[in-house]
Design a protein around this ligand. Sequence first.
Ligand code: KG4
Ligand code: ZN
Length: 330
Amino acid sequence: MILSIESSCDDSSIAITEIGSKKLIFHKRVSQALQHSQYGGVVPELASRLHTEALPKILEETKRYFKEIKAVAVTNEPGLVVTLLEGVTMAKALSISLGVPLIGVNHLKGHIYSTFIEKEAKLPTLVLLLSGGHTQLIEVESWNRFQVVASTLDDSLGESFDKVAKMLGLGYPGGVPIENLAKEGDAMRFDFPVPLSQSPKMAFSYSGLKNSVRLEIEKGDKKNLQFQRDISASFQRVATAHIVQKLKKYLKTSNRFRTLSIVGGVSANRYIFKEISKVAKKFGVEEVISPKMEFTSDNGAMIGRYGIELFQNKVFTPLEDLDVKSRNSL
Ligand code: KG4
Ligand code: ZN
């Protein structure tokens, strides 16, 4: 079995996965969303302190499997340095006391493998990684070949949901409340411009849209429920149209991939999943997949799942080399 730890942002999570069968034996995730909500975003020092409380408690529950652990996998990049250190320090201590190797896991590769939890990997696939930290279109050829086709120039899609929610006074994180409000809203009431619609660039950008939304919110009554619904629906429509437009552009010139995986926290959004699926299928993609709902946001199971790929390919990280990094591409 492999024990895996995730602490890159505001979720403390540990999983134990059987290496051969990929079966998830244990998985627990403690979200800190509530504690950060009043600040409208993640406060790194608070997050770090909450990890020191939650991680040992979760680890305690896994003690009965210790004899069967063959390696410890841990997220070491990218993320908040002070929170990554919590998981990495625990992983190092475990590796020493259990006498097993360490595996440093890139968080983004973990998200990419979140659709393969308890399954064999099906590659190649095109991936849309839509999270709080990233917005990327990635060609994934094999366990160690990742090619980023487009990234965001500024904010990520998840971040833009969080910022719009904050402007409306809805707390953090903003994805779920905005999606829910949008269901009852008039998506055509506000005609926000679609980002980079005139640009040939294969890139994403959300800061301009966020500013257009801010100007409308300043003009309106942000306490009014119908106003909140219409802002949410209009914002979500345009934010999605931007992804759809760039994906269409990509698929027009490349039809190599039969599957598209949409991963990361924002993949929980059913409107976005539906709209992207429609265009992908129109342009020849046969299957559009996303992780099970419980694995869309940050979790230890996805770190374990990609950790298994590294274990089976004998990619270990010597204790003295395992360092944390805040930014990292694939
Ligand atoms: O992948 P994730 O858990 O953390 C990062 O690695 O960043 O993604 C968190 C992001 C947050 O910005 C959150 O608002 C967004 O995912 N999110 C959603 C939804 N659920 C979570 N965004 C839109 N619609 C949702 N239903
Ligand atoms: Zn994440």
